[in-house]
Ligand binder design. Structure first.
Ligand SMILES: C[S@@+](CC[C@H](N)C(=O)[O-])C[C@H]1O[C@@H](n2cnc3c(N)ncnc32)[C@H](O)[C@@H]1O
Length: 328
């Protein structure tokens, strides 16, 4: 058949206005760039691939985890109810969940607005869990790669959610600059960073994180297990203390539970009975296993964002984190 008499139907690529180029695909996942490059990226990939695979093995803990995460997301980003988030999402056309882990928040967004295309992206193998679980949602895409160096067109997204991820990237300012590039002028970015804690906790964390770099994965799991046991035991003592402020060390006084006092001021020994043991352990693992875990004061967070040209329309701070909704 020659070109002149061939009957052709031109089908428009529905994602042509999202991706800069065509990407290789593996098990439903588009592969962006080379495998993780820097030592930190390799470490992050290994730590989170393991974390998400472990959570998958504990279905009950995972369900509790998701319920907690959804309601925490609403409170961190200033949505009174899920209906408020949904009302916002239906105004969006192309959404990115940057650092999606196993993809449950991306799927949440995709279900709230079936007319939007929702791209879930992560550096770790958790993206394969996401694709396997949510690949049947017709409006979802899955990309494995670095959110600081994406394959997306300039201005491709009108909503980017980067929840609990930025501080794990190699170079958070570079990641934010990439978001500024791929977000449209009318777009919104929701993002989160770890907050700085009291001085003794910061100093101990620095040392422990360096120490953890020399440990095997098994030893880090063992550390996480023992920290969880410590948190559980302290919490079950059910002791409250009246304590003075120690402003020189950034320690807040007042009436406090013993476990929470030690947790916020000295060592991460997370325990929440609603999460269960394995999910609590993951949170302790999550803290010491990835090599990047930058922490910020509120002022440092707003500076980081404004230097990339972002303006906040909502800010929220709690002991664990600073979060905000931003536009350009
Ligand atoms: C604490 S988890 C948060 C996952 C999810 N956003 C949530 O809220 O449950 C951090 C995730 O960020 C991913 N991540 C870290 N650095 C990344 C990078 N440079 N590019 C893409 N994903 C990254 C990790 O692999 C991990 O799945």
């Amino acid at each position: 058949m020659t070109g002149s008499n061939r009957s052709e139907t031109l089908v428009r690529d529905p994602d042509a206005d999202i991706f800069q180029c065509t990407l290789p695909i593996d098990r439903g996942v588009l592969i962006s760039g080379a495998a993780p490059g820097s030592e930190n990226d390799i470490h992050t990939n290994a730590a989170f691939s393991e974390k998400w695979a472990k959570l998958e093995q504990e279905p009950e803990d995972e369900e509790n985890w998701k319920t907690f995460q959804f309601s925490w997301y609403l409170s961190c980003y200033g949505y009174d109810t899920e209906a408020d988030l949904s009302a916002f999402l239906v105004t969006r056309r192309v959404v990115l969940d940057a650092g999606c882990g196993p993809g449950y928040k991306a799927a949440w967004f995709a279900r709230m607005n079936p007319n939007a295309t929702v791209v879930a992206m992560d550096l770790s193998d958790s993206i394969y869990i996401a694709a396997e679980r949510y690949g049947s949602l017709p409006n979802m895409r899955f990309v494995k790669g670095d959110i600081a160096n994406t394959p997306f067109l300039t201005g491709a997204f009108d909503f980017i959610s980067c929840d609990q991820v930025l501080h794990h990237t190699d170079d958070p300012p570079a990641t934010i600059r990439e978001f500024a590039r791929i977000l449209s002028d009318q777009g919104q970015l929701n993002t989160y960073v770890y907050a700085k804690k009291s001085l003794p906790r910061e100093l101990l964390d620095e040392h422990l994180r360096e120490y953890a770099k020399q440990l095997s994965r098994e030893q880090i799991w063992e550390l996480a297990d023992q920290l969880t046991q410590l948190g559980k035991t302290l919490s079950e003592l059910n002791i409250s203390l009246d304590l003075p402020n120690v402003p020189a060390l950034g320690i807040k006084g007042g009436r406090q539970d013993l476990q929470r006092f030690i947790y916020w001021n000295f060592i991460k020994c997370f325990w929440n009975p609603e999460h269960g043991f394995e999910a609590s352990k993951l949170i302790n693992f999550d803290w010491y296993a990835p090599s990047n875990a930058y922490r910020y004061s509120l002022q440092e967070f707003t500076k980081l964002m404004s230097e990339a040209g972002f303006i906040s329309e909502f800010l929220h701070s709690e002991e664990a984190c600073h979060t905000g909704r931003f536009h350009k």
